[in-house]
Write a protein that binds this ligand. Structure first.
Ligand code: C2E
Ligand code: CA
Ligand code: CA
Length: 529
């Protein structure tokens, strides 16, 4: 199986990738949708503030103009209607929105721009006005000429004689106010409130606030400073348009967010960044499997085996991640990391092993033939120099296919004091040919052979032949995967140099290896059954 297919079991599954991508999509949607909502809300709030200010300004100007006009009319309140009625009428005709100007003295309206001389007590005309104030306002349901059309009545007291003044009625054209608002689409209604009365675009009738409830949650209040009135603006707090736009932006952000997440996850897997990330996050560690001398039954060395504890996947088997790292060009950084991990344990190993104890280190073929190989190896050797361990590089038969290069590399390794072991011997092809061509120190017999011991299979005679060949070639032998005392006994009797396997111990982290070394090593003749 190709390494990637093998690794997929330990790397994130498609379901997990999709799950993470969806989470990223949702996060992007929330982030961008949220930002859009905030931005739209701010924009709208600013527009509404501006609109309320504009409307205030407009209405204030309207009333200031009216006040200017009435100021000019105030002297007329000292004269009789017959003399000034004409003038009053023409001023009313030229004042926008004005229905009528009335001259008032002693609480009585005595002259109207619309109907001429009259005499009507102000209380019956407009009971809500307080004539003692310099300026007062109220809303009338209608006026004699337009009984069904509400009007604003305004009282301007004479500044010289408080008993006199000008009373005026105005058309209320809220629609024109509404038109005055810059962004009408947001504002759906306007209400004008004076004391406990209101008129609104959404109600043809005057609203008595004592009996009727006006919606008290306007989106803005435009104050009309200097006049006892207020303008309330109504509208959608979240216009449909903004909601749609927010949702659209969220959706547009979710899609690339999810796709980018999925793509980056895939990229990471494909580029071997998983291994580099694992190194950075300290997910790799090493265990040491004791190698036993079959004559003295003591630990004469260890083989270093790498482990990858990947959160979410658990322990990834080394043959899986090693071939994955090789296929993704991350085996060299991984091996350098392995060397650094071993160097940390060098002092402890020195204490557990005899002088010249063997340190078996597996090498990956792609590292063997890389330009940095020699430099990496020398650096590693220097880092554990004080431990006085004998480094044995384990290489499989497969890695010896490049014959010329292999001879040169093996020569270099020997020249620099390293030993070489053929790993997994018996699993490759034409194994015997290689043995005669290269000078190698150890033959590690694959556990497939060892498992056949005592089972009367055809492999046992092959094993015997291999051992006698090794003797002839002056190579030491290591039996891998020794699991039972019978196997150990048989291998000792056949003269195998070293034994390694679960019968003695699996690979152990340094602290457990220390505990193991303090116990007696099992003896296959006495402990067996
Ligand atoms: P290997 O070099 O043949 O290592 C021996 C493997 O056999 C180890 O598996 C070990 O745990 C296992 N083993 C030892 N005794 C027994 C036994 O009695 N019974 C059975 N059934 N198995 C036993 P592990 O650790 O899973 O390693 C598998 C392979 O991964 C190694 O095979 C080696 O080729 C590779 N590997 C492990 N660590 C490294 C490393 O640091 N660098 C490189 N390049 N390859 C490594
Ligand atoms: Ca090995
Ligand atoms: Ca092996």
């Amino acid at each position: 199986m190709p390494p990637k297919t093998l690794l997929t079991r330990y790397l994130p599954t498609t379901r997990k990738i999709v799950g993470i991508a969806i989470i990223w999509g949702v996060l992007c949607a929330l982030a961008f949708g949220g930002a859009a909502a905030v931005a739209l809300h701010h924009k709208r709030a600013d527009a509404l503030d501006l609109l309320a200010r504009n409307l205030s300004g407009y209405v204030i100007t309207l009333f200031n103009d009216l006040k200017n006009t009435t100021d000019q009319l105030q002297p007329l309140a000292f004269q009789e209607c017959a003399q000034v009625g004409q003038q009053l009428t023409s001023r009313a005709a030229f004042s926008l929105n004005v229905r009528a100007f009335l001259l008032v003295r002693d609480q009585t309206a005595y002259c109207s721009s619309a109907t001429g001389a009259m005499s009507m007590h102000m209380v019956s005309l407009t009971p809500r006005l307080n004539l003692n104030l310099p300026l007062d306002m109220s809303i009338l349901p209608g006026t004699p000429m337009l009984p069904d059309k509400p009007a604003i009545s305004v009282w301007f007291r004479n500044p010289v004689d408080p008993g006199r003044g000008i009373f005026t009625t105005l058309n209320i054209d809220l629609t024109s106010w509404l038109l005055h608002t810059a962004r009408e689409r947001d504002v759906t209604g306007v209400a004008l409130i004076i004391k406990d009365q209101a008129i609104a675009t959404f109600s043809p009738q005057l609203i008595d606030l004592k009996n009727n409830h006006l919606d008290t949650t306007p989106i803005r209040i435009a104050s009309v400073s200097g006049y006892p009135m207020a303008i309330w603006l109504y509208g959608e707090s979240w216009p449909l348009e903004d909601i749609q736009l927010t949702l659209l932006i969220a959706l547009l952000a979710a899609l690339p967010g999810a796709l980018a997440s999925g793509y980056l996850q895939q990229l990471r897997i494909r580029s071997g960044k998983e291994i580099l990330a694992g190194i950075r996050r300290n997910q790799f560690f090493v265990v040491y499997q004791p190698v036993i001398d079959s004559k003295s039954l003591t630990m004469i060395g260890v083989e270093v085996l790498m482990r990858w504890e990947r959160p979410g996947s658990g322990l990834v088997p080394p043959d899986v991640f090693i071939s994955y790292a090789e296929s993704q060009q991350s085996i060299i950084p991984l091996t350098r990391h392995l060397f650094a991990l071993i160097a940390r344990d060098a002092d402890s190993l020195k204490q557990l092993l005899p002088a010249g104890g063997k340190l078996g280190v597996n090498l990956a073929p792609s590292h063997l033939y890389s330009p940095s190989f020699k430099q990496d190896i020398l650096h590693f050797a220097r880092s554990i120099h004080d431990s006085q361990l004998q480094i044995v590089f384990e290489i499989t038969e497969r890695d010896m296919l490049k014959e010329e290069e292999s001879i040169a590399i093996f020569q270099w390794l020997h020249d620099n004091g390293f030993e070489i072991a053929v790993d997994d011997f018996g699993t490759g092809h034409s194994a015997l040919i290689y043995l005669e061509r290269f000078t190698l120190d150890y033959l590690k017999i694959d556990r497939g052979f060892i498992q056949s011991i005592g089972l009367q299979t055809v492999t046992t005679p092959v094993l015997e032949a291999v051992l006698s060949l090794a003797r002839r070639l002056n190579m030491k032998t290591v039996a891998e995967g020794v699991e039972t005392p019978q196997q150990a006994r048989w291998l000792i009797d056949q003269g195998v140099t070293y034994l390694q396997g679960y019968y003695f111990s699996p690979g152990l982290p340094m602290n457990q290896l220390r505990e193991w070394a303090a116990q007696p090593i099992p003896r296959p003749d006495s402990g067996g059954n």
